[in-house]
Each structure stands twice: as C-alpha cells, then as structure tokens.
Write a protein that binds this ligand. Sequence first.
Ligand code: ZN
Length: 254
Amino acid sequence: MRMKNGKNSRRNHRQKKTGRGRIRFRRVLIWTAAIVLTAVAVYLLLSLIPEDDIDVDSLLQESSTIRFETEPETEPVTENPVPRPDIDEQLLTVNEWSRPGDKVDSIDYVVIHYLGNPKTTAQQNHDYFESLKDLQDTYMSANFIVGLEGEIIECVPPGEIAYASNDKNHVSLSIENCHLDDSGRFTESTYETLVHLTAWVVCEYQLDREHIIRHYDVTGKECPLYFVEHEDKWEEFRDEVMNYIEECKEAAKS
Ligand SMILES: [Zn+2]
C-alpha cells in the first residue's frame, strides 16, 4: 500500500506537476498574447499620430511650389523700359572718406555733376576716390562716373551714400562726368551715355523730370559748369532724357 500509495502519490504529484505546467504554459500564452496585442495596439495608435517632420517638409514643399507658381523669379514687378547700360562695377573700399557704407534714406533725385578736372578719365577719377581712404584729406565720390568715351564706372552702389551732393547725399544718386576742357562741355559719347544712364535711373527709382537736378540746384556751386552757364542746354538735356524714356516705352510695345 505504501508502494501503491507511493505510486499514487507520485502519480498525483505528476498530475499536479503537469497541471501546474499547463497553467504556466497558459499564463505564458496569455502574457505573450497580451504583449503582442499591446504592441499592435501601440503601433496602431502611433501610426494615427501625425508625424511632424514629414508634415512640415511637405508643407514647405507645397508653399515653395505655390511661391514658384505665383512669383516667376525673372522679371521685376515694375519693369524698367530703359535697358540697363553697360556698367563697369568697381566698388570703392568701404571707408569714411569716399564710401561710408551707409544707406540713403531714399533715392528722390538724380544729381548731375562735372569733375572740374579736364581730360581726366573715369578710371583716373575712380582711382582718386579710392585713394582717399589713404590720403584722408577730403570727402569725395559719386555713385557713377561717365568717362570721355561714354564708359560708366560704378564706384558706390545706388542706395548707398556717396559724397557728391552735400545736403542731398542721403536722398539722391550722383553721376559725375568727365570732360575735355575748361568749358566743361561733355563729349558726344559722354553726353549720350549720360542721357541713357539718367533715363535708366529715372525709371529704376520712379523719378520724374523735376527730380533730375544739378549740383548747382543743391548748393549753387557751378557744377556741372556747362549746364549752369547754358540753362537752355540743361533743359534740353532733361527733355532728351524724358524723350529717351518715351522712345524705350514705344520700342517695348512694338
Ligand atoms: Zn558737383
């Protein structure tokens, strides 16, 4: 009996053992299923949350596409009817004597000058303006210089102060002109380029005839000499600028 009992008790023990094993197995199964289900649930929940980075990117792409469609990058809003003349850009070094690097308040005037130094070239005058940073003896410059052959050198970018027109420096753009003799009269090439350049500036900054002025009109200085001594030639020059603009507008239409 003891053995039987022993057998029985061993069987019972085995049965209990396998019973516990099944329970453990079920628990493991339940836990595994729970973990898998939780993982799936978390995954599904996460997939419902919008992914910020991707959304921002796609938004940026959309907005840049919209920008591209509504604003073609080529033509400015108001197109200048006067073609930009050839300009040799030789910007001065920023320095307190000829190019302070300060912005103008606005460009309300284009001021016409003559250099008062017969036979000197645009390049020589440019180089003189540049040398003022070392000479440090006077404040002088201009946005543009028109040379004896009609060439243009840009010394100071439009919109930046040049030292040419005294009280009007902060509201103007200045054009210096070379000349051959003491009369201060411009060569034909200089004159033609000056008409073209002035017309371009007038349209670029939406000025009118009355805002084309001489240095003389600012301070009374005899500059540009020939246009001070010949008032009729000055008025003729302003007329030619306005006519040039009209011709360019007509040419653009046809
Ligand atoms: Zn002047």
